[in-house]
Design a protein around this ligand. Structure first.
Ligand code: MN
Length: 712
């Protein structure tokens, strides 16, 4: 463990003006407060904050951050209060420590809810002061280094969270070294077998080719010197985790990944970078599509470098990165490289736009699982760069579409986009964008986000915005439906229906407003009957049980799911969601009834469907509906149960009958078969119930058919 004077010396080595006295006080304070507490390793607990502070000195962070590192667990795990920290160490340290203190856990909440709420708090604190994240990363790094002392299930959870959240966060702020170490540690924990086999393979290759890395370094150095380029060349194997990810992305075996060695040429200035690149490319064969210029187009996290893949010295496929010394410093240390003894900085400017975007997603997500999923997507490093018509650069994850692009530019553009011109040509919204595409988003005020988009967008921002819109829109439908249900129910019983009456019973249903109550009734979370009983407690229950009379509402046109045409059903409220029940497959001509379901709008059943028995005690769920004008071209699924003799050609006869009736078999299922007969379920595309009855008649006249009926 780092001793007190060693820590002070470390800080003073890069910040001679550090407040030595405060550092000493913080060290002693943490030690006293954590007292006899022990870590899982058996070490005294205070060794943890001390090690975290030590990691922060590697980042060369300012004195207040190091103090906050020493104190980061005191408020959470000891009797220390934030006020105490504030009075002893000042506002800045107190704010940092508060940002790092997890929320008090509420018992009933799921692990995801806890995780999401704590992540939310961390993000808010980060947006105020990015140093909170640096300290959090140091904390996580030390916990990961000492992970093996914990119980297995706890280890798995922490490693998963590290891989999903903290490693991407480290990458997002350009801290390559921290990101790699976190990934390696989590990889070893989560995929031990994969990790061990990659390490074993690397060892084997190393022994076989013994000293190939130094040889290649020497050759590259000589190449540069001969052309008058002064440089430092380094080489290394890629980390097991990055090899594993590559194997997964490319679906390749280890043997196919020949470029497991990466070399770096560091030079004085940018012009020399391109000169060095020219030397490499003129001497070695370039591997197509491996060249990337992150100097002219830096990554969103500020990373700059030239990357190229060549068949290098020793005839080995290698990756070469070329950059200046300054770029290298930033590439390894990220924001911390700019940080050396600088005071707190708000997350402002374009470099921290992503933090605000994460917070935006968080405000739009309806539940913690959705939030975590969307933010995970958002944090993965941008890989495709596209341009607006004005030439602004937009970085997006790979496989992004014009809809992602539109949302990245502005939420309002995403919400109203109808099409896109990519490099001047009109393209569908689901087109996958390529590096360098110029994208012009076409918008229309009449457009709204569509659930279809959700299938192809990849950014968390787009996903969250679409879901939010769809949710709000559904709610509107449920409000209309709920109001209709209640009005119909009250009027049918000759009871006065007024919003004034409803206001009094809102608390009974945990509704915040009248619309909220309507929405709950419409969604089926609260029954109309319960509302009536609450408003008129004295009203006789038996009278409620009679089926309510039909109401007259305008005919309604509903677009069914994809590949299906619109149909008309009368008796539904405009805008109401409906679907055909899978149990009875209603056909035009059947007598039908609508059932208000929980959360899925109205289900249409045939009047003799057995499922309806379930709803016999809930008359307010029943809707009197009928078929409207039916489009001749429209077909519906009719399901038949057929008993067929088991002999050659009997199935052929059936399909001949279907052909004669000009109908299509969409599904055939053999329910069971014996030596002499088998029973099948047949789904047919038919126009209406008459057509199905004609088909049944023909089947009955067929010799091979011993029994046929509509399946119900
Ligand atoms: Mn800690």
């Amino acid at each position: 463990m780092l001793r007190q004077y060693e820590l002070v010396d470390l800080v003073k080595s890069y910040d001679p003006d550090a407040d030595e006295e405060a550092l000493n006080r913080a060290y002693v304070f943490a030690m006293k407060k954590h007292g006899a507490q022990l870590r899982a390793s058996g070490d005294p607990y205070y060794s943890h904050p001390v090690e975290v502070a030590g990691i922060l000195t590697k980042f060369k962070l300012d004195c207040n951050s190091v103090i906050a590192g020493l104190l980061h667990d005191t408020v959470e795990d000891t009797d220390t209060t934030i006020e105490e920290v504030r009075s002893l160490f000042g506002d800045q340290v107190a704010t940092l420590v508060d940002g790092l203190t997890k929320l008090a856990m509420i018992e009933q909440k799921s692990i995801y809810t806890k995780q999401a709420e704590n992540f939310r708090k961390l993000l808010l604190a980060m947006s105020e002061d990015i140093r909170v994240l640096l300290i959090k990363l140091a904390d996580r790094l030390h916990n990961m280094r000492t992970l093996h002392f914990l119980k297995p299930e706890k280890r798995t959870r922490i490693a998963r969270e590290t891989l999903d959240i903290y490693a991407p966060l480290a990458e997002r702020i350009g801290m390559q070294e921290v990101k790699s170490e976190l990934e390696e540690l989590a990889f070893k924990e989560l995929y031990k077998d994969a990790h061990d086999s990659i390490v074993a393979r690397l060892n084997f290759l190393r022994e076989k080719g013994s000293d190939i890395v130094p040889k290649i370094i020497e050759t590259l150095k000589k190449d540069m010197e001969e052309n008058g380029v002064k440089c430092v060349v380094t080489g290394r194997e890629k980390t097991p985790y990055s090899i594993w990810r590559k194997m997964q992305q490319k679906n390749a075996s280890f043997e196919q990944l020949s470029d497991i060695m990466a070399f770096r040429i560091c030079v004085e200035d940018i012009a020399t970078c391109y000169q060095a690149l020219g030397i490499v490319h003129s001497k070695y064969h370039m591997v197509p599509r491996r060249f990337k210029d992150y100097i002219s187009t830096p990554k969103p996290n500020g990373y700059r470098s030239l990357h190229t893949g060549v068949i290098g010295p020793e005839n080995t496929r290698i990756e070469i990165q070329i950059r200046t010394y300054e770029m290298h410093e930033i590439a390894e240390k990220g924001v911390a490289a700019h940080w050396a003894y600088k005071q707190g900085q708000k997350a402002e400017g374009k470099n921290f736009r992503w933090i605000r975007e994460l917070l935006e997603i968080l405000d739009q997500a309806s539940n913690p699982e959705e939030f975590l999923e969307n933010t995970k997507l958002e944090m993965y490093n941008d890989q495709v760069f596209c341009f607006t018509p004005k030439g602004d650069l937009i970085g997006l994850p790979i496989n992004s579409t014009p809809v992602d692009f539109a949302y990245a530019v502005h939420s309002s553009i995403g919400d109203t986009c109808v099409g896109a011109k990519i490099n001047g040509e009109i393209r569908p919204l689901r087109t996958v964008l390529q590096n360098g595409d110029q994208v012009e988003v076409l918008t229309s005020k009449a457009q709204h986000p569509s659930t279809e988009w959700e299938r192809f967008v990849v950014t968390g921002k787009a996903k969250a915005a679409i879901r939010r819109y769809v949710r709000a829109n559904k709610r509107d439908q449920f409000i209309v439906l709920g109001q209709e249900i209640l009005e119909k129910l009250f009027k049918g019983e000759n009871l006065e229906f007024s919003e004034k009456n409803l206001v009094n019973v809102l608390p009974n249903f945990e509704a915040e407003s009248i619309s909220d109550l309507y929405a709950k009734v419409g969604e089926g979370l609260v029954t109309g009957w319960d509302v009536m009983k609450a408003v008129y407690p004295a009203y006789k229950q038996s009278k409620l049980e009679k089926v309510v009379k039909a109401i007259k509402v305008p005919a309604f046109k509903k677009t069914k799911k994809k590949d299906e045409n619109p149909l008309q059903i009368e008796g539904l409220i405009p805008g109401m969601a409906m679907h055909f029940a899978g149990c009875c497959h209603p056909l035009p001509g059947d007598r039908i009834v609508g059932i208000v379901t929980t959360g899925k709008g109205v289900a249409v059943h045939t009047i003799d469907c057995k499922v309806l028995e379930k709803y016999s005690n809930e008359p307010e769920r029943w809707l009197d509906i009928s078929w409207g004008k039916i489009d001749e071209a429209e077909t519906y699924t009719g399901r038949l149960k057929i008993m067929l003799s088991n002999e050659p050609g009997s199935l052929g006869e059936i399909s001949n009958i279907m052909a004669r009736h000009n109908t299509n078999i969409s599904n055939l299922n053999i329910v069971y078969r014996t030596v002499s007969y088998f029973e099948i379920m047949l789904d047919l595309d038919v126009k209406n119930v008459q057509q199905l009855e004609e088909i049944i008649a023909s089947l009955k006249s067929c010799k091979a058919v011993s029994y046929v009926a509509r399946a119900n």
